[in-house]
Design a protein around this ligand. Sequence first.
Ligand code: BTN
Length: 325
Amino acid sequence: MADYRSVLGLLAGGGFCSGEEIGRRLGVSRAAVWKHLQKLEELDINIESVRGRGYRLVQPLELIDPKAVFAGLSGEAATLVDHFELLESVDSTNRHALDAGLRGDGCYVCTAERQTAGRGRRGKAWISPYGRNIYLSIARRFESGIGAIEGLSLAVGVETVAALQSRGAADLALKWPNDILWRGAKVAGILLEIAGNPEGPTTVVVGIGINVSMSAALARGIDQPWADLASMPGADAGRNGLLTALLDRLLPMLVRFERDGFGPWRERWESIDAFRDALVVLKIGERAVAAGRARGVDETGAIALDTGDGLRYFNGGEISLREAR
Ligand code: BTN
């Protein structure tokens, strides 16, 4: 069925296409073409119209193609996927993955072109416009409950940075526990959610949001400095290649993590620690509970703070740079 996505498929490369040609190629009327173009504008996809040449996207984009993503996967990663789903629009891929239910021993993977209620950490919204970024959730069963996932979000951060680096991104760092920063601005975030028995078999959903080619207009809703892959010199902002790179690293990592815990990722995490040796404040909610120099993380992913009376370790909370006094 021809819908706005088919029209987008014709325009995605950035070339001009006349209304007549779109109608002919999709076998629909000019009125239907017009309706689909209107729908694209509603999705914040700006289209330029030039007399005598037709329509083109102001900013070309790459639609997600599950076949291309899957074809690029290594054999190991491919065998770990039980189900791969592309959603056109969903409230939250994490919510969807939690409700989808696992169908085997492997992973359930879903990604979406847009989220209407993307979830960030600490109850914040994750701005998720159509066709521009990565919204990815991976669900997997962990047999021994939530104790076994201590440090998992940090390991996900390390592998997400590795995937971004494999696409040419440089100057990336991690802010404990798992914010991915480019030159100090947030480019990606990670949200883990769990369902089931905290003591026994648990379903863990790993949610990753990456700003690839963020809409500056929509990004006005982001309450902190942000960056996107398209602005990084030398980085390839193709979303299909990035999805493959992410799954190639994250799927085998989840298996290894269940066996070995965070230990194997600790050194790599510390090598890209944005706040190493900086003076920081640790807050839980709005309450500052400790301040000191950040001294890396332990085998469980807890942050070590040198508070003046030795190292103290914290598993939860948020850190920020302490204002100079
Ligand atoms: C953060 O606040 O840093 C975490 C952001 C996590 C966003 C991703 S996008 C895919 C997945 N689905 C969601 O609703 N949230 C996560």
